[in-house]
Ligand binder design. Structure first.
Ligand code: MSP
Length: 670
């Protein structure tokens, strides 16, 4: 029973992320959206808990740990702390971080299993099927040799003794639940997809494995361990008390935010597991779309991932948050582009909100002695107040419906209205004409509308709005304001404002994109040995993502030299190539576009060597090419490989590797 007068609770979750890689901006998007909702719900007076965490069991982790030459536990410890650190650094860490290797989680999974078994929904049987190791899922209706329909990788035939969950018994109950709770699965398109999946009939689900070691043991049933989805989904419950969830009072979850590819696990399996154990079912599952890179889902295996850190280092976290929420219609796929990111920043943040804050505050400093002026409640103020009130109402409605781009559009419409007021009323000429009452009213109205826009934009751009809040002379942090602070007229005349400092300095596009791409390439390099004062390391200086080679060093966080086996080394196809043509890439100081003959074909490769090599001097030169990298675009130009170079790090200077003897084009290095 909630205590009378206590804040209503709101529990929301990100998916828990696999630890066989580090976050790209697709994962970052999920976590950012959750953080935006958390901040908005807090503003609305909820007692919010947001959880995130890591999904650490399964074959993929076993493989990655083996490739990194470390025990699984060490591997996941390292990876989980990297994930935590990244979310911490970005200010989007959940209130709880749950790891599936924690004892509290193992206890919850075992307890849930016991309850399902006691209620007669679990039995032992044999299962033979085609299994996609990458997706950790059996592929229904696949025949031996069929590829996985989701990722295209070959499936494996697996037969083993498993515990089965009687999912088939839940078809009617689930359909009834969806019918009675139309809001349960969102958006509508996903709801329809799930409905037709369940209407098509449900097959029992294998929930344990004997072929995997790295998992939570089924009590007294060695060598059975829980299969990833029974294990992973239960993390949502473990994070808020597990078997004791009642004590904390956050279960059932109000919102599971997930990517569209995992909606079925959340909207079918998860409620069925909970129903089988007589536990309350979450209130809503919301599936967002994918961030696409060149129209394809961003993923490590395709080598087209964009990492968040270079963007945050160059543009700031709020720039990334704003761009992702403004450009992508929540629930649909969205395209990522560096160009659009910088354009949005300059148009909406630098020229829009940033410029409004700086011109309003500068004029208050100049014409009103740095104090918020008295207002007259005249016609101009009444009109702007009406604009502000409709922006407040539209933003609140859209935030509540998770239509973030529309919420932001409403806020930025208000910013445009304030700009128009300033342009039409010309405070500088009112000052010249000594029309102080009119001048005060315009500046009060502009500052009050700015205050309101700042509160409304806070959930999306928290760090920058906190700064504007301080500049407006407001006391106490903005994050502690509730939505009642949105009422017009709360800006107190005579409040002393702070000196205006630019919150979003304009960013030069070409330079910013080059810096982000260079950092991205640098971050994707295999981990280097511990640095010495002047380190020289072999590196690849061209396009293509080294992460795509799947080397252990690329996947694991840097923690000293990582040993790889000869098999791993042999996966990298190094060949002698000869440069046929070389030209500069327009708008990119460091890049050259090369055509390189590698014996079997001529490859277009984009290399970051333009600061050291003149293109015309490279023609005819023999180089070493990493020939089996996934293609990748750099500044819009496709690159199909990498050129190997020594990188003198202190000087940031790549030196091409080559041979003293003449070696035929196409020869493999091994
Ligand atoms: N471990 C499972 C989830 C278990 S939840 C009980 C998993 N992990 S994941 O690391 O592969 O992906 C987690 C989430 O990352 C996806 O649901 C999705 O939200 C997000 N994304 C991964 N790639 C993405 C894009 N390219 N774009 C947007 N989000 C994507 O699945």
């Amino acid at each position: 029973m909630p205590t009378p007068g206590a804040k209503p609770k709101f529990y929301l979750t990100t998916p828990i992320y696999y630890t066989n890689g580090l976050p790209h901006i697709g994962h970052t998007y999920s976590t950012i959206v959750c953080d935006v909702i958390r901040r908005y719900k807090r503003m609305c007076g909820f007692d919010v808990v947001m959880t995130t965490g890591t999904d650490e069991h399964g074959v993929n982790v076993e493989r990655s740990a083996r490739a990194a030459g470390v025990p699984e536990a060490d591997y996941v410890n390292r990876m989980a702390s990297e994930w935590r650190k990244i979310w911490d650094d970005f200010g989007i860490q959940g209130d709880e971080f749950i790891r599936t290797t924690e004892p509290q989680h193992a206890r919850t999974v075992q307890w849930l299993f016991k309850k399902c078994r006691e209620n007669g929904y679990v039995y032992k049987g044999h299962y033979t099927g085609q299994y996609c190791v990458f997706d950790n899922a059996f592929v229904n209706d696949a025949k031996p040799g069929d590829p996985c329909p989701d990722c295209g990788r070959p499936t494996e035939t697996i037969t083993e003794e498993n515990y089965f969950f009687k999912l088939s018994s839940f078809q009617d109950r689930l359909l009834k639940y969806y019918d009675e709770h139309p809001e349960f699965i969102q958006p509508e398109a996903r709801r329809n997809e799930v409905l037709s999946f369940v209407q098509g009939g449900l097959r029992d689900l294998s929930i344990t494995r004997t072929s995997i070691r790295w998992g939570i043991p089924v009590p007294d049933e060695s060598p059975h361990v829980f299969y990833v989805w029974f294990d992973a989904l239960t993390a949502y419950l473990s994070a808020v008390g597990g078997p004791d969830f009642d004590r904390r009072g956050y279960w059932p979850a109000d919102l599971h935010l997930v990517g569209k590819e995992i909606i079925r696990f959340h909207a079918v399996y998860w409620p069925a597991f909970l129903m089988a154990a007589d536990l309350p079912v979450p209130k809503q599952i919301w599936a967002h779309g994918w961030l696409l890179m060149d129209s394809a889902k961003m993923s490590k295996s395709k080598g087209n991932v964009v990492r968040p850190r270079p963007i945050v280092n160059v543009m700031g976290m709020d720039a990334l948050r704003y761009y992702l929420l403004r450009e992508t219609v929540f629930g649909q796929d969205g395209n990522f582009s560096y160009d659009a990111l910088v354009t949005r920043f300059n148009a909406d943040l630098a020229n829009g909100l940033g410029n409004l804050a700086s011109r309003t505050l500068t004029m208050i400093e100049k014409y009103c002695g740095s104090q918020i002026p008295q207002h007259a409640g005249d016609e101009a103020e009444t009109a702007l107040r009406a604009n502000a009130e409709s922006a407040i109402s539209a933003a609140n409605t859209n935030y509540t419906q998770y239509s973030f781009s529309l919420a932001l559009e409403a806020i930025w419409n208000l910013i445009t209205r304030v700009d128009e007021l300033i342009t039409s009323q010309k405070p500088w000429s009112l000052a010249e004409q000594k029309l102080q009452t009119q001048l005060n009213s315009v500046l009060y109205s502009a500052a009050e509308a700015l205050r309101i826009a700042t509160i409304l934009a806070y959930p999306v751009i928290p760090a920058s709005t906190e700064k504007i809040w301080k500049q407006l002379g407001q006391t106490g942090p903005l994050r502690e304001q509730g939505i009642d602070a949105l009422k017009w007229g709360q800006l107190k005349p005579s409040t002393r404002i702070a000196k205006s400092e630019p919150v979003f300095p304009r960013i030069e596009k070409t330079d910013a994109i080059e810096r982000m791409e260079a950092m991205e390439q640098e971050a994707n390099k295999p981990a280097a040995p511990a640095p010495t004062p002047q380190t020289t390391s072999a590196s690849a200086v061209a396009g293509g993502s080294p992460a795509a080679t799947g080397t252990a060093a690329a996947a694991a966080p840097a923690a000293g030299p990582v040993k790889i086996g000869i098999d791993d080394f042999m996966k990298v196809e190094l060949r002698v190539g000869q440069i046929q043509t070389a030209e500069r890439v327009a708008g990119a100081d460091k890049l050259l576009k090369l055509n390189v003959d590698i014996g079997t074909e001529v490859r277009q490769i984009v290399a970051g060597i333009a600061t050291v090599y003149e293109p015309e001097k490279l023609v005819g030169r023999k180089v070493i090419v990493v020939a089996n990298l996934a293609p990748r675009k750099l500044r819009g130009v496709e690159s199909n490989g990498m050129i190997v170079a020594a990188s003198i790090e202190a000087e940031n200077r790549p030196i091409l590797a080559g041979f003293l003897e003449d070696v035929p084009v196409g020869t493999r290095l091994k």
